[in-house]
Design a protein around this ligand. Structure first.
Ligand SMILES: Nc1ncnc2c1ncn2[C@@H]1O[C@H](COP(=O)(O)OP(=O)(O)OP(=O)(O)O)[C@@H](O)[C@H]1O
Ligand SMILES: O=c1ccn([C@@H]2O[C@H](COP(=O)(O)O)[C@@H](O)[C@H]2O)c(=O)[nH]1
Ligand SMILES: [Mg+2]
Length: 238
């Protein structure tokens, strides 16, 4: 079960923080001061979980690396975890390879077990989960198994032609970076990923970022979202 943490700091500083009347801060005070109560991951502290969503090639991984290095988050890329599993002598390797090649979605149980392991071994309790959940089924399974909702969702909005151009220029030898699989990934994104964004939008958790322009221009938009969390830094070791 998550242990209440920074309880003392919160009791001292709650009034001061609430006086800021910033909705993000108020939401975070509630997040950090409530005892979510579950056994999904082994940490005694409730991690601060951010889902990073966006179409294939929208720049999730690129921006997550910057967020991780500047704001001290652990970066868990679901796609990367699956690629590592695929390349290891795992019983699921062949299945994962076939699903990724087809641009489809790996069964939730497999992906969530990799994410859970990543959260448990992370050296930060601020976690970025990049490229997950990919479907409502993924989302519901995560919330049930891990027992928490994300504190924040970042959604990178990027035109299709820009995403395709970026993927085709990526040159990392990924088995899904070809036009045939890209078309399938784009369709899965529209049909299955977007309902997840809509779900969290309806809960007021989504920060939409325009993902066009240079990496630095986009990061400046991202930085502003995370900078608003800095209010908590002095009080919650954030
Ligand atoms: N703003 C940008 N302008 C131009 N190229 C970019 C930009 N951001 C990222 N890229 C490049 O585009 C490619 C895709 O970026 P990245 O891997 O970060 O996207 P992604 O959303 O993680 O993609 P995927 O869903 O396929 O994993 C990379 O080669 C990256 O270097
Ligand atoms: O939660 C997930 C994440 C990824 N996949 C599969 O992996 C590829 C590549 O993912 P990237 O985030 O683009 O690296 C994706 O197209 C899916 O096939 C998944 O099934 N579930
Ligand atoms: Mg990526």
């Amino acid at each position: 079960m998550w242990r209440r943490f920074a309880h003392l700091s919160l009791s001292i500083s709650r009034t001061k923080l609430q006086s800021l009347q910033d909705p993000t801060v108020l939401k975070l005070i509630n997040t950090f001061s409530s005892d979510a109560g579950n056994d999904g991951v082994a940490s005694s502290r409730k991690p601060f979980i951010t889902f990073v969503l966006g179409g294939p090639g929208s720049g999730k991984g690129t921006q997550c690396e910057k967020i991780a290095s500047i704001f001290g988050f652990a970066h868990l890329s679901a796609g990367e975890l699956l690629r590592e599993e695929m390349s290891s002598p795992s019983e699921n390797g062949e299945l994962i390879r076939n699903v990724i090649k087809e641009g489809k979605i790996v069964p939730s149980a497999i992906t969530i077990s990799l994410i859970k392991r990543g959260i448990n071994s992370a050296t930060s309790d601020k976690i970025l989960i990049d490229g997950f959940p990919r479907s409502e089924e993924n989302r519901i399974a995560f919330e049930k198994i891990i027992g928490v909702e994300p504190d924040l969702v970042i959604f990178f909005e990027c035109p299709e032609e820009e995403m395709v151009k970026r993927i085709l220029g990526r040159n990392q030898g990924r088995i899904d970076d070809n036009m045939e699989t890209i078309r399938k990934r784009l369709k899965v994104f529209e049909d299955l990923n977007m309902p997840v964004v809509e779900h969290y939008s309806s809960k007021g958790k989504v920060h939409k970022i325009t993902a066009t322009g240079t990496v630095d221009e986009i990061f400046e938009r991202v930085r502003q979202v995370f900078a608003s969390l800095r209010y908590l830094k002095a009080f919650l070791s954030f």
